[in-house]
Design a binder for this molecule. Structure first.
Ligand SMILES: *[C@@H]1O[C@H](CO)[C@@H](O)[C@H](O)[C@H]1NC(C)=O
Ligand SMILES: *[C@@H]1O[C@H](CO)[C@@H](O)[C@H](O)[C@H]1NC(C)=O
Ligand SMILES: *[C@@H]1O[C@H](CO)[C@@H](O)[C@H](O)[C@H]1NC(C)=O
Ligand SMILES: *[C@@H]1O[C@H](CO)[C@@H](O)[C@H](O)[C@H]1NC(C)=O
Length: 420
């Protein structure tokens, strides 16, 4: 039979190579060069190359292991970590282990940044502003007084193409910013998200969507927070038979988040933010929006303050990883291009169709399309939030969603953008 003969031949050949290699190693420091002109020596070269490969892999593994130990000891500086490491798990582990959340990359071991957080607490200053009758101008108030609408337009409402509210914002001269915010001189000052969508886009995220939390009110995430976290509108992408939507992710930085769930992410922007400084990102977002209070002109506030909103269903699938979610909504392909612009207010569950927000009018730019995103994208965002000077920990988990705004409290100035 031919096969055993071949095997025998190979064994014989290999042992010959081993033998000659040993001999050559004893004789000369450069055996590959020396033997490179015969057929058996090319086999030898291959063998040596693979040995070198194995040794290199082993060395790399040692370096990696040693490196992990370094993270545990927190000896490396963040810059060294970024240089060595090719994937974000190491970086986020480093941030969590070595920089301890609030003692973040900026105020950490290097002490390179020594200024004040000038935005901290501005929210309380704003809340204290009174009108001539002594009423707190920005406190929530009754939406309807004596059968008359007593507030400005509210957000989040129906953003479906064709939908107009019935409040005459156009007649009052309120129009949303219709360029990207950066072109209008605004920068992002915060990121936070809501459980389910506060807005409603028919067929994308609405009352008919589904997700894991619609299965039971006993979901653990409903218990962890004080009070009830109201779920909002849901996307239509959830598939209970597909692991992508059901296999939980090993969350390290965001709190109480779930694969398969719909979240509406908000990026409040402001022309009065601490743009381009270590104080840019703030929690609560009001500190960021009003940081340079003197720059706010209340008669054109919808041109100075705007929010981007984008709705996602979380998947356990790294193909949908996006590393920079903290900086603003994704504008790429089908994302961030089918937009509804309108004016409204701040949102959240302290407002409904009886009690309204007086932080209005402000611009809203809302992506009408729901898209999937990997859980790791959110976790990376939370790690980035931990690296800000301000303590953003109150925004590491989902906030509740308000109920959809009624027609009579929604503006009539909607502008619809489409994918080109
Ligand atoms: C990223 O780093 C982690 C931690 O060392 C490791 O477990 C994981 O396999 C790495 N992922 C990739 C894609 O290299
Ligand atoms: C939202 O607006 C669309 C378009 O006008 C309309 O068909 C739909 O009924 C509205 N949905 C709700 C819940 O108001
Ligand atoms: C505020 O904006 C209005 C409208 O553009 C303008 O007339 C007014 O001068 C501004 N006020 C200040 C203090 O800049
Ligand atoms: C997005 O825009 C495309 C192209 O204009 C359109 O076909 C699609 O229906 C839009 N989707 C939504 C949800 O508005």
């Amino acid at each position: 039979m031919a096969a055993p003969a071949e095997v025998q031949l190979q064994i014989a050949d290999t042992s010959g190579v081993m033998q000659s290699m040993r001999t050559e190693e004893q004789k000369a420091p450069l055996p590959v060069v020396h033997l490179s002109n015969s057929p058996s020596s090319s086999t030898l070269a291959l063998l040596i190359l693979s040995l070198v490969g194995i040794i290199a892999t082993f060395a790399l593994a040692c370096v990696t292991l040693g490196y992990v130990v370094d993270i545990d000891n927190c000896d490396d500086t963040p810059n060294e970590v970024v240089k060595v490491v090719q994937n974000y798990t190491h970086i986020t582990d480093y941030v969590a282990t070595c920089l301890d959340g609030r003692h973040n990359a900026l105020t950490g071991p290097s002490n390179a940044i020594t200024g004040e957080n000038i935005c901290a607490g501005v929210k309380y200053t704003v809340e204290g502003i009174q009108d001539s009758d002594g009423n707190y101008m920005f406190a929530n108030s009754q939406c309807i007084v004596d059968n008359i609408v007593a507030v400005m337009e509210q957000a989040g409402g129906n953003v479906t193409v064709g939908y107009h509210g019935t409040m005459d914002s156009v007649g009052r001269g309120d129009h949303p910013i219709q360029t990207p915010y950066w072109q209008a001189g605004l920068c992002p000052v915060n990121v936070h998200w809501h459980l389910g969508a506060e807005h409603l886009s028919v067929g994308q995220y609405d009352e008919k969507g589904t997700g894991p939390s619609t299965a039971s009110d006993e979901e653990p995430h409903r218990k962890l927070l004080a009070g009830d976290v109201r779920n909002g509108n849901m996307c239509h992408l959830y598939d209970a038979t597909d692991e992508t939507f059901t296999k939980e992710y090993d969350w390290k930085h965001c709190v109480d988040m779930h694969v398969g769930q719909t979240y509406e992410v908000h990026w409040p922007h402001s022309a009065a933010g601490a743009c381009g400084t270590p104080n840019q990102y703030q929690t609560p977002f009001y500190d960021g929006v009003f940081c340079n209070l003197g720059l706010v002109n209340l008669s054109i506030v919808e041109k100075q303050v705007g929010v981007q909103a984008q709705v996602f269903t979380i998947v356990n699938d790294e193909r949908y990883y996006y590393p920079d979610l903290m900086r603003g909504m994704i504008v790429d392909g089908a994302r961030g291009t089918n937009m509804t612009y309108y004016t409204g207010s701040t949102t959240g569950t302290s407002r409904d169709n009886q009690i309204c927000s007086n932080y209005a009018p402000i611009t809203w730019q809302v992506d009408r399309v729901c898209s999937v995103i990997s859980a790791s994208s959110f976790d990376k965002m939370c790690a980035d939030m931990k690296a800000q000077r301000d303590d953003m920990s109150d925004d590491f988990y989902a906030h509740g969603s308000r109920i959809t705004v009624a027609d009579h409290l929604t503006a009539n100035n909607q502008v619809w953008k489409y994918t080109e």
